[in-house]
Design a protein around this ligand. Structure first.
Ligand code: 13P
Ligand code: SF4
Length: 374
């Protein structure tokens, strides 16, 4: 049997040749291989995906898989971790006689800068620090899915839950039904935008800076009156959209509709016509009348794809500068081909494997999320 190619071999091929080889592996493996692609992936990668979706849809899809051998996750590290946790949960492993589904991240360097803004030690320190002032039994920890598995496990252990951008409001409602207050990490913007939408005023929120020595830089009174404690993290892509961009668009095109992702800062979401997850953004465009003029504030590859798929509408990118997720972009056809040919040869590479204890607690928090309708 010949050995699978090296990454350098794959890099030497052009996109057309790589696509042929990727399709050959898909043909050969059939339903034993599933390729999942996040909406921010480049078009060439999405073309090979069995399913493209937002973070919620992709996790749900992984949770529903029972019998494949491998999932190639064209997204970022936390997404592949989540897929591993859900597809290899103990009941599913037992039903497969102990056989694991290999979850592959085609390039291990595809991380998420936002997820890296909250480390488990920092979250544990924050929890202990909060416990010196208020009863942590009154706090539901909520982690955005854009976080390491260890943070999801923390939430599982402490009566908390995971959310995505498409179910954040439903998850916060669930959280407040359990306890008075929420510690929301790592994305301050999603947390703030969602809580405000639910009618929670800004003076009942505070920002927790994990680099401050005590109480995240807040005084005791601020913490006591807060219903939402927001972790000081953000998406470096969505933080680039500014309210001035909206003002400039409206000035040039008065009829323009502004559609943004809730990872954008509050000042941007407040000025926009609509805000929602990537799937929400896609739905709005799909349902709009021909001739609708949009300025969209989310990752560049998705906006470009919408522009191509909807020539009957006028779609612009909200920012004058390119905002693209450089880590998502690391997944390219060369890495996909290289990793798939290794799977087909029975020599999987870049397998993402969450340790059993972390996975067991993380799945508790993920199950709570999957049970919350949105
Ligand atoms: P959604 O997939 O929930 O829209 O989130 C976007 C994102 O930033 C993924 O990293
Ligand atoms: Fe992370 Fe932002 Fe990239 Fe999403 S778009 S993966 S939140 S850096």
């Amino acid at each position: 049997m010949s050995l699978p190619p090296t990454l350098a071999d794959c890099r030497a091929l052009d996109d057309a040749a790589l696509s042929v080889r990727i399709e050959a592996v898909r043909q050969q493996m059939g339903p034993r291989l599933v390729i999942l692609g996040h909406h921010y992936q480049q078009d060439g990668v999405i073309a090979h995906a069995d399913l493209d979706g937002d973070s919620y849809q992709l996790s749900k899809s992984a949770a529903e898989r029972t019998d494949c051998d491998a999932i190639a996750f064209c997204g970022v590290h936390f997404m592949a971790e989540t897929a591993d946790i859900l597809v290899n949960r103990p009941e599913k492993l037992a039903a497969r006689g102990g056989r694991r589904v290999h979850v592959i991240l085609p390039d291990l360097a595809a991380g998420c800068s936002m997820a890296d803004m909250a480390g488990i030690e920092q979250v544990e320190d924050a929890w202990a620090d909060l416990g010196t002032l208020i009863d942590t039994a009154d706090i539901t920890p909520v982690t955005y899915i854009n976080s390491a598995a260890s943070l999801k496990a923390f939430c599982g252990k402490h009566g908390g839950i995971v959310c995505t951008s498409s179910n954040a409001e439903a998850v916060l409602k669930w959280s407040f039904a359990q306890r008075r207050c929420v510690l929301f990490f790592p994305d301050q913007h999603l947390g703030r935008n969602t809580a405000r939408r639910m009618g929670i005023p800004l003076d009942q929120m505070c920002l927790w800076n994990p680099h401050e020595q005590r109480l995240g830089g807040n005084d005791a009174q601020q913490i006591r009156k807060s219903r939402v404690i927001l972790w000081q993290g953000h998406c470096s892509v969505h933080a680039m959209f500014r309210p001035e961009h909206i003002d400039a668009m409206r000035k040039n095109v008065p009829a323009i509709k502004i559609l943004v992702h809730p990872e954008c800062p509050m000042e941007v979401v407040d000025k926009a016509d609509l805000a929602g997850s990537t799937s929400f953004i896609i739905r709005q465009v799909e349902q709009a009348a021909a001739g609708t003029q949009w300025a969209i504030g989310t990752e560049l590859h998705l906006v470009k794809r919408l522009e191509q798929r909807h020539p009957e509408q006028q779609i612009r990118f909200l920012s004058p500068v390119f905002c693209m997720c450089a880590t998502m972009y690391r997944i390219d056809l060369a890495h996909l081909c290289w990793s798939l040919e290794h799977v087909a040869a029975g020599l999987p590479v870049n397998v993402i494997r969450v340790d059993d204890e972390t996975a067991a607690w993380a799945v508790t928090a993920l199950d709570r999320m999957l049970a919350v309708s949105h």
